[in-house]
Write a protein that binds this ligand. Structure first.
Ligand code: UD1
Length: 420
């Protein structure tokens, strides 16, 4: 197994190119099931989760030609509608094939994704919405078996909670349904917006893109013809590099990034004392005198993203006063706290609130990555910890960060990938 070894203390400088967004690419790859014609996707991040979902399409009988950041997918030959446990258990987002498989083929079986380290993460809202669209759902032997032999029917869906994956699954299902589907309390993350735009550009009328209410006029099972699609920049990767600049008090420039999508993170960094130069596709972060403490609450877009919570906690460890973080989306998303404390942080936890108290210094240690974003928080802390930090179990990082150690080394960090 690989681990990352970081020798802390280096300042960073220069430019880093942000990759395509994993969380935009995953639903877009799933959406290709709605088509029986080839489609090319560009600016894919070179990460394990993307390879896993492309492998699943191959197992379903699709043909996939994938080279690093570009994939051409042809699902005209798709012959199976069963997404097996071996793949779905590796990556929860595989549940995104449920809506498109059911919409195109009238039936499918998808393994239940199961629990996840950061919380329970049920899929009840996805299933309830598909039932409202006329599907019969049966859960047996660890699989969701869904059927709609005469196709899905447009319906009015009201999500009890805002769900990114649920909104994406239902947008995809609705695009081939009979009639109109209205989604109320829809997610409006930039990744949901890109999926809607791609489906709209394939000729499906979608009203309300980017709002909490989406109206989708289905094609009555007529497969879609997609245009070549370039994946949007990864706002979470971008936010992570801003945090790398912040924690090391360095001036660095992010290239191929959209500042609008990471406004909430930049606003918090400004409150903490950092400043920015922004162009249409770059952001430069400037160091500050001292890092001010701030409070933050994770919430849905355009609020502060839960996927940036761990990285901000690492930066706030170096702030001058006490900060509070409230995690509202995932009940167990604080596993990085004990690992940051191993490095010398003073973080106190009660329920879904963490208090981060000021300290003089972090000291390198062996730490364990527990989930994708927690892993990057440990790397950030390692960049400023005195001595050597070894971050173990980085397979979590490899799921979602494209060449993290390569990009950080190029910025001047002392970081290497080693074998246990
Ligand atoms: C997506 C992102 C993930 C991010 C999360 C929240 C992808 C591949 N992943 O995950 O990185 O952290 O959005 O921004 O895009 N819920 C239910 N029932 C459901 C579905 C969700 O109760 O059927 C709950 C979840 O447990 C959670 C909340 O709703 O508390 C939001 O989850 P959701 O938006 O669905 O997250 P994901 O789509 O899984």
């Amino acid at each position: 197994m690989d681990y990352l070894q970081i020798k802390g203390g280096n300042k960073l400088q220069g430019d880093v190119v942000i990759s395509g967004a994993k969380n935009a690419a995953l639903p877009i790859i799933a959406a290709t099931i709605l088509s029986d014609k080839p489609i090319t996707l560009t600016n894919l991040p070179n990460v394990v989760d993307i390879r896993t979902l492309l492998k699943l399409l191959g197992m379903l009988g699709g043909s996939v030609d994938h080279q690093k950041t570009v994939a051409t997918i042809d699902n005209s030959t798709m012959s199976s509608t069963k997404a097996v446990y071996e793949i779905v258990s590796q990556m929860r987002a595989s549940i995104l094939v449920l809506g498109p498989l059911l919409a195109r083929f009238g039936e499918c079986e998808v393994s239940l994704p199961g629990g996840c380290a950061i919380g329970q993460r049920p899929i009840d809202l996805h299933l309830k919405a598909l039932e409202a669209m006329g599907a019969t759902i049966d859960i047996r032997g660890g699989y969701v078996r869904a059927e709609a032999p005469n196709g899905l029917q447009g319906a009015k869906i009201i999500f009890d909670k805002i769900t990114v994956g649920g909104t994406e699954n239902i947008v995809m299902a609705a695009s081939l349904a009979k009639g109109v589907t209205t989604i109320i309390n829809a997610a409006k993350e930039p990744e949901v917006v890109q999926l809607c735009e791609m489906i709209r550009d394939a000729g499906v009328k979608i009203e309300g893109i980017g709002s909490n209410e989406l109206i989708i006029h289905g094609t009555n099972q007529k497969p879609l013809t997609f245009q070549e699609t370039q994946i949007i920049p990864d706002r979470i990767e971008a936010g992570t590099y801003l945090c790398a600049g912040a924690i090391t008090q360095s001036k660095i420039t992010l290239q191929q990034v959209n500042a609008e999508d990471i406004r909430a993170s930049m606003n918090k960094l400004e409150e903490m004392g950092f400043s920015f130069d922004i162009t249409p596709n770059s952001i430069t972060i400037h160091p500050c005198q001292e890092i001010k403490h701030v409070d933050l609450i994770t919430t849905e877009y355009p609020g502060f993203p839960t996927d940036m919570q761990a990285q901000f906690m690492a930066v706030l460890v170096m702030a001058v006063g006490e900060s509070l973080i409230e995690e509202r989306l995932f009940e167990n998303r604080f596993m990085h706290v004990s690992e940051l404390n191993r490095l010398g942080a003073d973080i106190w936890l009660k329920g879904n609130i963490a208090a981060i108290r000021p300290i003089e210094k972090l000291y390198g240690a062996d730490v364990m990555a527990t989930d994708l974003r927690a892993s990057s928080a440990l790397v950030l802390a390692g960049l400023v910890a005195q001595g050597t930090t070894n971050v173990h179990r980085i397979y979590h990082l490899d799921r979602g960060y494209d060449n993290l150690e390569g990009k950080l080394s190029k910025l001047g960090a002392d970081i290497v990938r080693l074998k246990e």
